[in-house]
Design a binder for this molecule. Structure first.
Ligand SMILES: Cc1ncc(COP(=O)(O)O)c(C=O)c1O
Length: 459
């Protein structure tokens, strides 16, 4: 085995032991592939740190709340998935929506990733991070004409089309721009998946996403007859936080049958099979997806076709690699319950209240005693919590708490609700840390606002 690993025993928020694997060789070369997921967050003498960098030191210097990400963990996840698909032509197109900071995009670009985007704003970000048009897959159920024009002008690799209406508009817009639009049809594979929350099911019959499976052949036939469309691929996204490979296996089987039917109907230029994102990570004790098995399943099905596989992982690459670091402001008891009031709120991390999502919560310094408490923020909403009725470290005011596995759909979903400036993002790499998003100021909050408007009359 190329990699030396040591196991660090640490206590999870439910009071059980969690074994956290950690790659230890200094300057571990990029090509080494870890067999297991690494978060980058480990305990030494009971104190949580990020790849050896003190979280207390970061909090003192940058303030709290703050998001902290391990670059080593992100790159390690990239390498694991990339290696699992090593037997077939493929590319990982990082799903920018999961965590869209320029520094993270840049590091994934340097690993070899392309991107999957869902808006003109994400296209702008991707370019700012150094991606070129051919690195970009443009997904999304409601693209505007402006976004289509921008994508065609930039020369994106392909546009994943989700409806017949969208195809019509794209054909017209491409004609206006004087380009042939490279299109993959996003098919709703109509696979039942078991995700932790209905909001993360996307490939189930009746969802707004994708072209209904039984209509795809007809839509493909129309696409083949259009002057400004080149049908280059098929696409699916079965959902998010998928821990079994069966939904991919079923969905892929359907896509491959469609490919045969569409080619019978005259298609000559199908070259991409975009199998979406959705690969699960472990938030608590649940099993993450078996990446190697996933790779074997995809390879077995796709290898005979010669198609290039595109994968759109978001959470898998960044989910476990980030934490939300927050300081305890107050403790109180009310109605027989214990509350830990921290300086991060639902505006900073909305997943617990929006998706009922579970994040492990631990003291940065583990405490001897444990307490059952609600960990809540300062927002004026009863739904403002990070965890309810949790057995956690008995952390006093002034001490730090880490909300783990907050790297995906954390900062990107933050808002200014309650006029709270958005918090900074920090990356850790090679024994150093760097601020990659600065904390907003109060003046940022009102920058786009007017005390009184410039009044105008509608003509
Ligand atoms: C089309 C598409 N691709 C990729 C993703 C990324 O999903 P995940 O972060 O679960 O990998 C999503 C998430 O919503 C999506 O809608």
């Amino acid at each position: 085995m190329l990699e030396v690993r040591r196991q660090i025993r640490r206590r999870g928020s439910l009071g059980k032991s969690i074994l956290s694997p950690l790659a230890v060789e200094a300057g571990s070369p990029l090509h080494m592939v870890s067999e297991t997921a690494e978060s980058g967050f480990t305990r030494d003498n009971g104190i949580l740190s990020c790849d050896g960098v003190s979280l207390e030191g970061i909090a003192d210097a940058v303030g709290t709340p703050v998001y902290v990400y391990s670059i080593a963990a992100i790159e390690s996840q990239y390498r694991r998935l990339d290696a699992a698909l090593g037997g077939i032509p493929h590319r990982l197109h990082y799903s920018v929506k999961a965590s869209s900071n320029l520094a993270i995009l840049n590091r994934l670009r340097m690993c070899g990733a392309g991107v999957d985007i869902v808006s003109g704003g994400e296209m702008y970000r991707a370019q700012a991070a150094g991606f070129s048009g051919s690195d970009i897959v443009f997904s999304g159920v409601g693209k505007t004409e402006r976004e289509m024009k921008e994508a065609l002008t930039l020369g994106v690799l392909m546009i994943n089309v989700e409806s017949e209406d969208e195809l019509d508009v794209l054909d017209r817009v491409a004609g206006e721009v004087g380009k042939k639009a490279p299109v993959a049809l996003r098919v709703n594979p109509e696979v039942m998946v078991d995700t932790p929350h209905p909001y993360t099911q996307t490939g189930v019959k009746g969802m707004k996403f994708g072209i209904p499976f039984d209509e795809t052949l007809v839509v493909a036939g129309r696409a083949l007859r259009m002057n400004n469309i080149e049908l280059v691929g098929l696409d699916m996204h079965v959902g998010s936080q998928i821990s079994q490979f069966e939904p991919y296996e079923i969905g892929l089987g359907r896509l491959l049958q469609l490919k045969i039917d569409i080619e019978r109907a005259g298609a000559r230029s199908l070259r991409y099979l975009d199998i979406g994102g959705g690969l699960a990570v472990s938030y608590d004790s649940e099993h993450p997806i078996d990446v190697m098995e996933f790779g074997r399943v995809v390879t077995r099905l796709v290898a005979p076709t010669g198609l290039k596989v595109l994968v759109e992982p978001g959470r898998f690459l960044v989910g476990n690699a980030g934490i939300l670091l927050t300081r305890v402001l107050y403790r109180k008891r009310s109605g027989g319950k214990e509350f830990i009031i921290v300086d991060a709120g639902m505006n900073d991390l909305i997943r617990p209240s929006h998706y009922n999502a579970y994040h492990r919560i631990e003291g940065v310094r583990s405490t001897a005693g444990r307490v059952t408490a609600d960990i809540v923020g300062p927002i004026c909403e009863s739904g403002d919590f990070l965890g309810l009725e949790r057995v956690v470290d008995d952390v006093p005011p002034g001490e730090l708490i880490a909300v783990l596995s907050a790297g995906a759909y954390g900062f990107v979903m933050a808002s200014n609700y309650n006029s709270r400036p958005r918090i900074p993002e920090v990356i850790v790499d090679n024994g150093r840390y760097g601020v990659v998003t600065e904390r907003e100021t109060y003046s940022d909050l009102v920058r786009k606002e007017r005390l009184a408007p410039e009044w105008r009359k509608v003509q």
